[in-house]
Design a protein around this ligand. Structure first.
Ligand code: DLL
Length: 449
């Protein structure tokens, strides 16, 4: 196992168990032809076993045999979260329920959750995807992996757990919450890999520092983050304060859970898509039109090996762009840019579109601004009002009213320049913004519609 201070293995290496290096390093033509063969099987599975898909095909006057090449895939029906809600709980299941060995769900903010089921084969494929992304991230057999995702209906805990175990790691299934106990376990069990959302990892880091825990001396060397966007500045801050390497992995319940894509150590702000398991497209979120490679748009995913719940062309609402250029690590699989925004987290404030990621970009350029913030919206006065509650780094927080006022004006000006919207800025002392054990919530929209 690499030690804490050695560079983790960042390229495809013969020293590591490669799970399907033949595919991960195959030619683009071979990747595309494997994908086409698999997508045809998924189309048949969905068409023959799921009434909802048969009806959509009929509406379009389409039959599975009409999909003759990659260029026809755009004619397949699109699936959205609302479909999973409308067919809740089992309407999209292709396998009989006695073949489903696990359910997971994702709770929306409103209404019914969406539920997905996995057959034994699906669980195996999932485990394989996780093992591949772990290996990209420099996790090796023998690592001691401490899980800080919740075990439950959320896919994060169980999904990653079995892949880590499959790779040969010692699993420490601590679950989310009880931060001091996490730190004690890391120390006592010699944890080398922490699995968490980046915001929870940051919280663990801060609590450790307050307790006087010496992160440099700990055996922890890898942070495996996911489940929410991770700003590059947050990542590098965690890396320097905890003395670890962090990588990000991406996924969503509807198509599987974690394991859709993962960051290798060579291309640090992109993630390799598991293309033997997912067919990707990037579409214009407004028109639904498929965009050429390299364009920013909404990621659409079709899982390629599902047995339980086939999903064709799932609209993720996540914004990204994808490249198929060979990576420095040697893999030829496509890489997506890290997801920083979703089409549905756009706020319309006095007619102007604002993404929380834009605020994060501004804050990351200001020394003394911490990554802990909240955007509060209200319209009590009849007009939309945006307030940025921002926690300052300890060295930037002072009792001097004029200094704080200058800093506040500086942030407010920068925000107005980028967002084209004025914001009321409230500067808070370190530790004031709520911390989250799972995905952080940055927006509180109190506007009366
Ligand atoms: O968050 C699955 C997951 C768990 C992925 C643990 C990685 C690690 P959901 O709860 O269904 O599933 O949420 C999926 O979260 O559409 C993205 O908007 C966001 N998301 C997930 N991973 C990332 C990431 C899991 N690495 C939704 N970067 C997705 C940015 C992410 N956003």
């Amino acid at each position: 196992m690499p030690n804490k201070l050695s560079e983790p293995i960042s390229v495809v290496s013969s020293d590591l168990p490669i799970y399907n290096s033949a595919f991960e390093c195959a030619s683009r033509e071979d990747i595309r032809s494997t994908q086409f063969k698999l997508i045809k099987e998924q189309i048949d599975l969905a068409y023959n076993n799921v009434a909802w898909y048969r009806e959509r095909f009929a509406e379009k006057g389409l039959e599975p045999g009409d999909i003759k090449g990659h260029e026809d895939i755009k004619h397949l029906p699109i699936t959205d979260k609302s479909v999973l809600r409308d067919t809740y709980p089992y309407g999209l299941f292709a396998a009989p329920l006695d073949k489903i060995v696990r359910l997971h769900s994702s709770s929306g903010t409103t209404g019914k959750p969406i539920v997905v089921g996995y057959t034994k084969e699906d669980i195996e494929e999932w485990r394989y995807c996780i093992m591949c992304i772990l290996q990209m991230a420099g996790v090796v057999p023998g690592d001691r992996a401490q899980m800080a995702f919740g075990y439950g209906m959320f896919t994060g805990g169980f999904g990653l757990h079995y892949g880590l175990e499959g790779l040969g790691c010692m699993m420490i299934p601590a679950g989310s919450g009880n931060t001091e106990r996490h730190i004690m376990m890391m120390e006592d069990y010699g944890t080398t890999v922490l699995i968490a959302t980046p915001s929870y990892a940051m919280h663990i880091c801060e609590v450790g520092e307050k307790l006087g825990y010496d992160w440099e001396k700990s055996q922890l060397r890898v942070g495996l983050f996911g489940g929410e966007p991770c700003h590059p500045k947050l990542k590098s801050e965690i890396e320097s304060r905890m003395h670890i390497f962090c990588t990000d992995n991406y996924g969503l319940t509807e198509v599987m859970g974690p394991g859709v894509s993962g960051e290798c150590l060579a291309s640090r702000n992109q993630q390799h898509i598991m293309e033997d398991h997912f067919y990707w497209e990037v579409i214009d979120p407004k028109t639904g039109e498929v965009l050429p490679e390299g364009s920013v748009g909404e990621l659409v995913l079709t899982p390629l090996n599902k047995k339980g719940v086939p999903i064709l062309r799932y609209r993720t609402h996540d914004l990204t762009k994808v490249t198929t250029e060979t990576c420095e690590c040697g893999r030829t699989t496509a890489r997506m840019d890290k997801v920083r925004s979703r089409t549905d987290d756009m706020l319309i404030i006095r007619g102007t579109n604002v993404y929380p990621s834009q605020v994060e970009d501004v804050l990351s350029s200001i020394s003394g601004a911490s990554p802990h913030y909240r955007l509060v919206l209200d319209n009590e006065t009849g007009m939309d009002r945006l307030t940025l509650m921002l926690e300052l780094e300890p060295q930037a927080f002072t009792d001097s009213v004029p200094q704080m006022e200058d800093f506040r004006n500086h942030i407010s000006d920068k925000l107005r320049g980028v967002l084209q919207v004025s914001a009321n800025v409230k500067l808070l002392e370190p530790g004031s913004i709520e911390r989250f054990m799972g995905k952080a919530k940055h927006v509180e929209d109190n506007r009366i519609k």
